[in-house]
Write a protein that binds this ligand. Structure first.
Ligand code: C5P
Length: 304
């Protein structure tokens, strides 16, 4: 994206919530076909890269101790893939992640770090990768990583990586209840398959009611249409989430749902004041570890 190298680059990347997560049958490649409607919301990770002798990753923020700092970290993988593609050999970069997105929470925190490191290293090294190349690398890193790059709202088809931007006619106000511990995405998909048993699952499609509500900026209509096919699986693995959902909806949220593969739960509210009320009820309920308020849509990865 940039043709001249810089000494230090900082990139801000948002979290996502799925307002629709339609999950099809298991494909031969081990993924599920999706109709995935993403909305980027204003909880952020910041990825800062500086030139170094070798690849190192550090992390700060309340949940930093839960973030892997080895080569499995998507930010490290992003740097390695970009360096290899551009003939730079091993990536010589220090990556620092300041974590504002719940870890393993179903809000694409790891994907955000992958997209952020990619954009940051491109600017640091002056590799000048095209937007299409960046998106291709994102898709290689993970199903949700391309959306972290583009942000806004989008329909993700395929395994979630084939994006069509969606128009949004307003701002949606959310409360997120962060659960104790994470959930493994593959485990939640596997539980979804187990619960479905021999059912024949049709190819999922975007719901017209979801797309219309987004276009109109209508929170009540969106609340009536939100749907997450992974919710039953997440609740089966973590039954206590039902209590968190009951607290949020009981406090006046228009809708409560598991965010992606969980275990974060997401509550859509009428406006900012209602979001604060629902957040307070969740905070005092003792049914979650932390509560965050955020609105969306917001842009994807941005160089600061
Ligand atoms: O693409 P990503 O690395 O995020 O996927 C993690 C895991 O989640 C996959 O290995 C797979 O088990 C599951 N997954 C899936 N179908 C998708 C996306 C992810 O089964 N569309």
């Amino acid at each position: 994206m940039s043709s001249s190298a810089q000494a230090r680059v900082r990139v801000r990347v948002p979290a996502k919530v799925n307002v629709q997560l339609g999950v099809g049958g298991l494909r031969p490649d081990g993924f599920h076909g999706l109709a995935n409607v993403f909305l980027a919301v204003g909880l952020y990770d910041e990825v800062t890269v500086t030139a170094a002798d070798r690849l190192t990753v550090t992390c700060s923020g309340p949940d930093a101790d839960q973030v892997p700092l080895d080569a499995t970290n998507l930010a490290a993988r992003a740097a390695a893939v970009l360096a290899e593609r551009h003939g730079l050999g091993a990536p010589r970069v220090h990556i620092h992640i300041d974590k504002g997105i719940p870890v393993a929470g179903g809000m694409a925190g790891g994907s955000a770090d992958g997209a952020g490191a990619l954009v940051a290293c491109d600017a640091l090294w002056g590799t000048g990768a095209s937007r299409d190349e960046l998106l291709e690398i994102c898709a290689e890193l993970g199903s949700d990583v391309p959306f972290s790059l583009v942000g806004g709202a989008a329909l993700g088809r395929g395994r979630g990586e084939l994006l069509t931007p969606l128009p949004v006619g307003g701002t949606f106000h959310w409360v997120f209840a962060v659960a104790e511990g994470g959930l493994s995405t593959p485990a939640v998909y596997a539980e979804c398959d187990r619960l479905r048993g021999d059912l024949v699952i049709p190819e999922p499609d975007a719901a017209a009611a979801v797309l219309d509500a987004l276009r109109a900026g209508d929170a009540a209509a969106l609340a009536a249409a939100v749907c997450n096919d992974l919710q039953d699986a997440a609740l089966s693995l973590r039954p206590s989430l039902a209590r968190t959902l009951a607290v949020g909806t009981g406090a006046g949220a228009l809708a409560g749902m598991v965010s992606g593969s969980g275990p974060t739960t997401a509550f859509l509210t009428k406006d900012e004041q209602d979001a604060d009320r629902v957040a307070e009820a969740l905070r005092i309920s003792g049914t979650c570890r932390a509560v965050r308020v955020a609105a969306g849509p917001v842009p994807g990865a941005v160089v600061l």
